[in-house]
Design a protein around this ligand. Structure first.
Ligand code: DP6
Length: 378
């Protein structure tokens, strides 16, 4: 007999970034983070896990190619789920597997990403979240998604946030064994469903510095990272949580862009410096300035208010002129060159696409022809 389970898990995009570990083995972060989970129709992993007495070893295939399961991250996830396995009885198929049987049974895992790996968007987040979720169902583990997130975290930190739809917070936790470092859902996928996420594939080149190596170097050398983790992120987490709950797009966009920019500033502050936005920087700068300019110009209805205000309080003009603009789009860049753009609604997304296509006409560059458009939701 073979017992089989298939699961599908979307990837997530951090709007307050995770960057830096306080424990590399358990994957414990130096700060909380918040992400938005994409619609699985656009960027997701589908994983089938199977157990059978006829399997003689654990094996895994990724996009049809066999890969090794011997790495510590895979082994940690397998061990943790096996420890939580419960009895399974399938009368129709005549299968009965006891808790003890799960220790001896071998597994076969087949995993697919629905997005070309070559586009540089393949993410370990969806992969580990899907593996852990599918294994938990296969072995009848009774843990809830937050408990499972603490296991997925040991595969890849950002994976813990993909166990939920909507907006998700990874609480860094304090315990040394990592038991309180897990993900919780802030709001579900219906709460803010007019948001549209566009991923502009700026380059298909694989990143030169992996997140794991990059954050290790940043923790060891960047003073800005320490300041960010202690002083900046706790305030941003609070404000971002409020912006999401109130569907306040202006604050959401301001925080998202600022946090992406600070994450890349930490990378530059690292020794040796990491330039995730370097290889195609002219395009990234063009996308950022396109969004920044557009967000400012959309603020014209507020100019009157800004002028009045500035008469009374000239000293605060600059900061208030920023917060008074009607932002329509937020941008965020992860440890790679592709831009993730979050539009306020469908109208803003359509206008943004027109602007992007104007800045980067399809004929001028093959790489920039690909855009993933997806509603935020699971
Ligand atoms: C920039 O989760 O890929 O995307 O825990 O070492 O596997 P490991 O790193 P990973 O790092 C993601 C970093 C980021 C920001 C984020 O997703 O929060």
């Amino acid at each position: 007999w073979v017992r089989m389970v298939t699961a599908q898990t979307p990837t997530n995009i951090a709007v307050i970034k995770y960057w830096g570990k306080r424990d590399e083995t358990l994957i414990l972060p130096v700060n909380d983070s918040i992400s938005v989970t994409l619609d699985p129709a656009h960027l997701c992993t589908t994983t089938t896990v199977a157990a059978s007495p006829s399997f003689d070893q654990d094996r895994m295939w990724l996009n049809g190619k066999e890969i090794s399961l011997s790495g510590g991250r895979y082994q940690n996830c397998l061990r943790e789920i096996r420890a939580r396995a419960c009895e399974v009885e399938d009368k129709e198929k005549g299968i009965k597997i006891s808790k003890k049987d799960w220790e001896k049974l071998h597994l076969h895992v087949a995993s697919y990403n629905n997005f070309p790996t070559a586009a540089g968007l393949a993410s370990s987040a969806a992969g580990f979240a899907c593996l852990v979720f599918a294994l938990a169902k296969l072995m009848n583990a009774k843990e809830d998604n937050s408990d499972l997130s603490a296991i997925a975290r040991q595969g890849s930190g950002s994976a813990c946030r993909s166990l939920f739809g909507g907006f998700v917070k990874w609480i860094m936790g304090k315990a040394e064994d990592g038991s309180d470092s897990l993900a919780v859902q802030l709001v579900d996928e219906k709460h803010w469903d007019e948001l549209v996420i566009i991923i502009a594939v700026v380059s298909s080149r694989q990143k030169e510095t992996s997140s794991t190596t990059g954050m290790r170097d940043s923790v060891e050398t960047s003073l800005l990272l320490q300041h960010r983790a202690k002083e900046v992120v706790p305030k941003r987490i609070k404000h971002m949580g409020e912006a999401i709950k109130n569907r306040d797009f202006g604050s959401f966009a301001q925080l998202t862009c600022a946090d992406s920019n600070q994450f890349h500033a930490v990378c530059l502050d690292t020794s040796p410096p990491i330039f995730y936005m370097n290889d195609t920087s002219h395009r990234q700068v063009k996308i950022i300035s396109c969004v920044e300019k557009w967000n400012c110009s959309e603020g014209t209805p507020q100019v009157g208010l800004f002028v009045c205000f500035s008469l009374f309080c000239l000293g605060q003009c600059a900061s208030h002129s920023r917060s008074l603009t009607l932002k329509q789009v937020a941008y965020t860049f992860d440890a790679g060159p592709n831009a993730v753009l979050i539009a306020h609604n469908r109208k803003a997304a359509t206008q943004l696409m027109q602007k992007l296509l104007f800045c980067f006409p399809p004929s001028s560059d093959a790489d920039l022809n690909s855009y993933v458009i997806g509603d935020k939701s699971i």
